[in-house]
Design a protein around this ligand. Structure first.
Ligand SMILES: [Zn+2]
Length: 117
């Protein structure tokens, strides 16, 4: 059972990992009435700042919840899959200076995102 599923189980009141249970008891997102929508937005790369505003939670709470429940890893995995599909087609692509610069910027943003977690 994934950590994400375990955290959902905690909110349903059944047994789970004690650290996830403790998290769920203190986390405003685990208890948020629109948790599913917030999590779906996070997985679809809606910015944490926009989610925090829309659901009236803090950005740090979103990242903490995402880290503990495995959403952050799931989101990165989704990105890697999408990028992998693009990379597989690189021989068919026309490489320009702009596309190289865009790739470098994306890579730096991904590394910066990991460093600020
Ligand atoms: Zn939570």
């Amino acid at each position: 059972m994934s950590k994400l599923r375990q955290a959902q189980t905690v909110s349903a009141g059944t047994e789970a990992d004690p650290s996830l249970k403790r998290h769920a008891e203190q986390c405003g997102i685990c208890r948020h009435p629109q948790r599913a929508q917030l999590e779906q937005g996070f997985l679809n790369w809606v910015s944490a700042r926009d989610l925090a505003t829309e659901y009236q939670v803090s950005k740090s709470a979103i990242y903490n919840h995402a880290e503990v429940t495995g959403l952050l890893d799931q989101r990165h995995h989704n990105t890697q899959s999408a990028l992998d599909r693009l990379i597989e087609r690189v021989d068919d692509a026309q490489v320009t200076a702009g596309s190289v610069i865009s790739a470098i910027r994306l890579r730096l943003k991904m590394e910066a995102g990991r460093a600020t977690r």
